[in-house]
Design a binder for this molecule. Structure first.
Ligand SMILES: Nc1ncnc2c1ncn2[C@@H]1O[C@H](COP(=O)(O)OP(=O)(O)OP(=O)(O)O)[C@@H](O)[C@H]1O
Length: 304
């Protein structure tokens, strides 16, 4: 295993914001931590990167103890910095050389520029690069020393859809090069489409861990019906409908039915509502997603 985390704990103000989490990541995997703001993703990653000291537990990266052998681990991991933190007044070549100087070994500038579609930009000032080019440069800087593991903390937050897809392609390329990618996100599409395996995190705990397809399979329902009732009704009313596996009441008041027979469920729901004089507002259906895995386990939504 490239990464092994066991019983990791971090306490702030007497509260366990990372609460005995354990997981392993194989070489070449894209592994995602998915969870809402405040779940503990950044704290977890920064302990793995050696930037925060755990209050308990063990972290091993490529066979080295990440808590006690920080220097050995530093050479093996790459951490993406926010592109706003780049030095604007340096050229692309200068900033690559600067970052390379932090490590025992570095890749050639030309190879890095070629591999991140930045050929011809060696002499361009960082402040004159486009948004997409700066984003690619930020990742090039994270791999300047040819690390085996790359950490990306919410890499696409705030990006437009095109920039997000471009970044996904870069992450895929890092994987194709044999690197292990560890990222955090609160976008379920990102976890679903990009990650080989996903740990869903909430309030410092991992509440589910599997491949995206595996997590959705665990729901035992491929579809979701959602609506808001003007007057709440007992869940049993819906539990009995054909196809319904589970009824959840979301925090925001919506009733959520997990079903493996969408059409039958709908065909019985509408007459039931009609006969009882209920108004189903905001009625909608969808194919089950990781958002529904989160909702099923916590009653909360990933994104508001
Ligand atoms: N240095 C700190 N001192 C005190 N509390 C902290 C500190 N850093 C984080 N926390 C708390 O720990 C919890 C987890 O925060 P963390 O940043 O790890 O979450 P996250 O999942 O990365 O969320 P976000 O997406 O908002 O960054 C939060 O309740 C946060 O307020």
């Amino acid at each position: 295993m490239m990464i092994q985390v066991k019983d990791l704990v971090k306490i702030y103000n007497g509260q366990r914001v990372v609460d005995y989490i354990s997981f392993e990541v194989a070489q070449g995997e894209i592994f995602g931590l998915l969870g809402p703001n405040g779940a503990g993703k950044t704290t977890t990653m920064e302990m793995m990167e050696g930037l925060r000291t755990p209050d308990g537990g063990e972290i091993s990266i490529d066979g080295h103890n990440a808590i006690r052998q920080r220097n050995a681990v530093k050479e093996r991991i790459g951490v993406q910095l926010q592109s706003t933190a780049l030095f604007d007044h340096l050229t692309t070549r200068e900033i690559i050389l600067l970052y390379g100087s932090f490590y025992a070994q570095m890749r050639s500038v030309e190879e890095l520029l070629a591999s991140f579609d930045l050929e011809g930009k060696a002499k361009t000032l960082v402040k004159h690069l486009s948004g997409g080019q700066r984003q690619r440069l930020a990742i090039a800087l994270a791999v300047v020393h040819d690390p085996k593991v790359i950490f990306l903390d919410e890499p696409t937050t705030g990006l437009d859809p095109k920039a997000r897809r471009d970044l996904w392609a870069i992450v895929q390329r890092l994987k194709d090069e044999g690197r292990t990618v560890f990222l955090s996100t609160h976008y379920m599409e990102e976890a679903e489409q990009l990650c080989d395996r996903v740990a869903i995190m909430d309030s410092g705990r991992i509440i589910a861990l599997d491949s995206p397809a595996g997590l959705i399979r665990q729901l035992a329902s491929d579809s979701v019906v959602e609506f808001v009732l003007s007057k709440p009704q007992p869940q049993e009313m819906f539990q009995a409908l054909d196809g319904v596996k589970e009824v959840k009441q979301a925090e925001d008041g919506a009733t959520v039915l997990l079903t493996d027979r969408l059409q039958s469920t709908l065909l019985r729901l509408i007459p039931l509502a009609d006969a009882n004089g209920w108004v189903l507002s905001g009625l909608r259906t969808r194919t089950a997603t990781l958002e529904d895995v989160f909702l099923q386990r916590t009653g909360k939504r990933l994104t508001q």
